[in-house]
Design a protein around this ligand. Structure first.
Ligand code: E4P
Length: 218
């Protein structure tokens, strides 16, 4: 499973990259705003900086919601850096834009997926990734993992190349559940990724090894 980090925070992106396990980055307008990045030029430069830090795909979301606007904005975003993936919302014009970008060989990430039908439509249009939002479904008492399972089944039935990018991952167990089901990619916060490191028996075992070593090497 590929690991993407879901943030626009450069320190966190660097930390994940330094770990050697990072395959890409997803951002969205809220995450950019959280870092105080505003104004087109600053936003574009921020995407370029992220691309210079990581080796993999970097999702940059369009703000336009009409077909022409999404094409213009998406083409510009894609021209910023070869690692940019144009992130398009799951709306009617978005599907048309995904089809267009797919025919031009420009990678897309269809965002705000909350049903298997939406994922199927995005795959048919040729999306590189679909982003089902697990955490936001959990927030409304709906099991987000069921959606990942359903999309996995549909994509496998028809051997779609579109990758399932499990998004809105909130904690470490989400990552493990995604891996059980077979999501191609997960995008989550650094804290959820670092949570995979932790086990109390690892800590106590290491402390014992070091203490035993110190006893005979004093
Ligand atoms: C996906 O690409 C989104 O950026 C993200 O995963 C949304 O997560 P949230 O529901 O925690 O805001």
């Amino acid at each position: 499973m590929k690991f993407f980090i879901d943030t626009a925070n450069l320190d966190q992106i660097r930390e994940a990259q330094d770990l050697g396990i990072l395959d890409g980055v997803t951002t969205n307008p809220s995450l950019m705003a959280k870092e105080g990045i505003s104004g087109d030029e600053n936003v574009f430069n921020h995407y370029k900086t992220i691309c210079e830090i990581v080796d993999g795909d970097v999702s940059a979301e369009v703000i336009a919601t009409d077909y022409e606007g999404m094409i213009k904005e998406g083409e510009y975003l894609a021209s910023l850096h070869p690692q940019i993936v144009v992130k398009i919302p799951m709306i009617k014009d978005g599907i048309k834009a995904i089809k267009y970008f797919s025919s031009k060989g420009i990678k897309t990430n269809c965002t705000l997926i909350f049903s298997a039908g939406q994922a199927l439509l995005a795959a048919k249009a040729g999306a590189t990734y679909v982003s089902p939002f697990i955490g936001r479904l959990d927030d409304i008492s709906t099991d987000g993992m069921n959606l990942i399972e359903e999309i996995r089944l549909i994509f496998d039935n028809y051997a779609y190349n579109t990758e399932i990018l499990a998004a809105s991952v909130r904690h470490t167990m989400h990552i493990l559940q995604c891996a059980h089901i077979g999501a191609d990619v997960m995008t989550g916060p650094l804290s959820a990724i670092l949570g995979l490191l932790k086990h109390p028996l690892t800590d106590s075992g290491l402390a014992q090894f070091l203490a035993d070593h110190a006893k005979v090497n004093a």
